[in-house]
Design a binder for this molecule. Structure first.
Ligand code: CMP
Length: 139
């Protein structure tokens, strides 16, 4: 994706408490264009596969339970230097450590229920976009 796309998920805590709209507005103000988006409830198999890299971590089972607890919103975003720009816009994993004005500082409850996911590399951005969207959605 040549470094200009990334994948975010507005997680169930945020999406189901009316924070989806404000978070989308926040991302648009940060310069992101929306390439593809969907509203869905992940199955346990999908959440397990998506977070497979964390399967040995102690937080894996609660993370999967949380991610399937309600609807979420995967979105492919586009702008220059997308991966780094999105990670800056959303802030640290733990909202207590996130910078003022970031999505997690504004909207997240805790490290576990942290409102939003962001790809951590161009390679993972492409893999994660393909996890949720068909090639035809990503043109
Ligand atoms: P995310 O960016 O979606 O990637 C992995 C997720 O695991 C992370 O955000 C957090 O929601 C969740 N998580 C829960 N506990 C921890 C932890 N102790 N360290 C890192 N991530 C955690």
């Amino acid at each position: 994706m040549a470094g200009n796309r990334t994948l975010t998920i507005i997680k169930p805590d945020a999406f189901n408490s009316g924070k989806g709209g404000p978070i989308i507005a926040h991302l648009e103000k940060a310069g992101f264009k929306f390439v593809a988006a969907r509203v869905m409830r992940l199955t346990e198999a999908q959440a397990t596969a998506f977070y497979a890299v964390h399967r040995e971590r102690p937080f894996f089972a609660p993370l999967v339970r949380f991610m399937i607890s309600g609807k979420c919103m995967p979105i492919v975003l586009e702008r220059a230097d997308a991966v780094a720009a999105l990670r800056k816009a959303i802030g640290a994993t733990d909202p207590a450590e996130a910078e003022a004005g970031t999505v997690r500082k504004l909207y997240a409850e805790s490290k576990e229920r942290n409102a939003i996911h962001a790809s951590d590399s161009d390679e993972n951005a492409e893999r994660e976009a393909n996890f949720f969207f068909a090639e035809a959605d990503l043109v």
